[in-house]
Design a protein around this ligand. Structure first.
Ligand SMILES: *Cc1c(COP(=O)(O)O)cnc(C)c1O
Length: 462
């Protein structure tokens, strides 16, 4: 498979370039040139669906063989054999109308990002080996990407990892999951700013081509198409385990996980609608309601991994919804860079609304959802997952068929939110044991790209 840019001005590239690269040189995001249709997911377990995806996307037969060989090891550290188990919430209801929890938090850092990153880390090391190269991975994180990336890359010989989180805007547990990694190749930065500032800084580092080349800079955020593609696997396994096409309710920040649902649909997975659930940072809900995509200031909420206004992957949805109209996408993103907003034309908006339905939930509604689901089912959900339940409740009249709620983080990561909901904290899983006492290592830096650049040069040399 070749991959092309959403903005149409970059040469097509191969899987390994997408795996190791950042955005396309024209500023766009890579997408497959066409959608593979040979994903065979009938009756197959999660790991086989992942194999099927890799086979569809990787042309180079040596690399394909190496990649497939990494799958068992990547998922060996998960504490559930199904990797992404689907749990029924309404025992008394028929499959065709019940609610289901898709548990995506069984990996080493207890959030869904492990599912793609545990494999991506191994694929990256393999690809670098093949190219006799090395990389500096720079990650902007709103909380969970950073720890998942550290878990995926710590102590890998050909990689340095720099993780930039917004200072005091991630939970205590989230910060400690990152800063207690003692490996020499792990470098944590606490930036004086918001998550959007960390993303902006990472983007400018990539835009500085001399610096990027010198440090072998590499992105690991959900703008990496390989990551998004791997996340589509759990949509396939869920569909496989249900008797009717479902609505998937997806707590959203960067639009990566929910766009993985669209990727699954384009490759043949039966899905009714994708429910885009946001917290108070409701730019996506507003865009789908009004046709104007316009970020505002970032609000801090109880679901910090979704405290994002600029949802990078939305460009991919604009690309597909416009019928791959790269000229329009390019002009829309130019307009966005210039004026801070995009006007989505009616035919594109109409196409988006066929796939996506959106809503937002306040912190109060999120807390109420945690309490309500605990009362109704005895199950404790985390605040990110809870935004999905709160939004689905609001959209109830518009959603028919089974509802699959993506449980994106383990509730033990967010004890403060549970306390506010009056729900007792769950038992602390072994993945979190020790981090509360272990020493932390991180460097506080101002919201200034030059200082971040210097920090990286000091740490990784050149
Ligand atoms: C990252 C994250 C999200 C948002 O996922 P996106 O792909 O950025 O939309 C939601 N919940 C949790 C727990 C996360 O870590």
């Amino acid at each position: 498979m070749k991959f092309i840019s959403t903005r149409g001005r970059s040469a097509p590239v191969d899987f390994i370039d997408v795996l190791l690269g950042g955005p396309a040189p024209d500023g766009g995001l890579y997408m497959p040139r066409s959608w593979p249709t040979e994903i065979d997911y009938d009756g197959s377990p999660f790991a086989d669906d992942v194999s099927s995806l890799l086979r569809a996307f990787i042309d180079d037969s040596d690399f394909r063989k190496a990649a497939l060989g990494e799958i068992p090891d990547a998922y060996a550290g998960f504490d559930d054999p199904a990797i992404a188990p689907l749990r029924a919430l309404d025992e008394d209801k028929d499959d065709s109308e019940g609610r289901f929890l898709l548990e995506l938090f069984h990996g080493p850092t207890l959030a869904f990002k492990d599912i793609a990153l545990q494999l991506l880390g191994r694929l990256t090391s393999r690809a670098l080996e093949q190219r006799k190269s090395r990389a500096t991975i720079v990650v902007a994180t709103s909380g969970d990407t950073g720890s998942a990336a550290i878990a995926a890359f710590r102590s890998r010989p050909n990689v340095d990892i720099v993780v930039i989180h917004p200072k005091d805007r991630v939970s205590d547990v989230q910060r400690r999951q990152m800063t207690t990694a003692s490996d020499q190749n792990v470098h944590n930065v606490a930036l004086d700013g918001t998550f959007d500032d960390t993303q902006r800084i990472v983007k400018s580092l990539f835009a500085d081509s001399e610096f990027a080349k010198r440090t072998h800079l590499m992105a690991m955020n959900s703008i990496n198409f390989v990551r998004v593609a791997l996340q589509s696997a759990y949509y396939f396994t869920s569909d496989d385990n249900l008797t009717a096409p479902a609505n998937f309710v997806v707590p959203t920040g960067n639009f990566g996980d929910v766009f993985a649902g669209e990727v699954a649909i384009r490759m043949g997975c039966s899905v009714r609608q994708l429910v885009v659930a946001t917290n108070a940072n409701a730019i996506l809900a507003r865009a789908l309601a009004t046709g104007v995509y316009e970020p505002g200031p970032v609000h801090q909420t109880l679901s910090p991994s979704m405290d994002i206004q600029v949802a990078s992957n939305f460009e991919r949805a604009l690309f597909t919804a416009s019928g791959r109209d790269t000229d329009w996408v390019r002009s829309a993103m130019d307009q966005f860079a210039r004026d801070g907003r995009v006007y989505i034309p009616p035919h594109v908006l109409h196409a988006l609304r066929r796939t996506y339905i959106a809503g937002s939930a306040s912190d109060d509604e999120t807390i109420a959802a945690i309490a309500r689901i605990h009362d109704e089912t005895g199950i404790t959900i985390d605040p990110h997952t809870a935004t999905g339940f709160a939004v689905a409740e609001k959209l109830k009249g518009q959603l028919e068929g089974p509802l699959v709620f993506l449980a994106t983080a383990h509730p033990a990561k967010f004890p403060e939110a549970l306390a506010q909901a009056g729900v007792p904290p769950p038992e602390v899983p072994p993945q979190l044991a020790n981090i509360m006492d272990a020493p932390e290592r991180f460097t506080v830096l101002p919201n200034d790209v030059a200082q971040v650049r210097q920090f990286i040069l000091d740490r990784v040399g050149s």
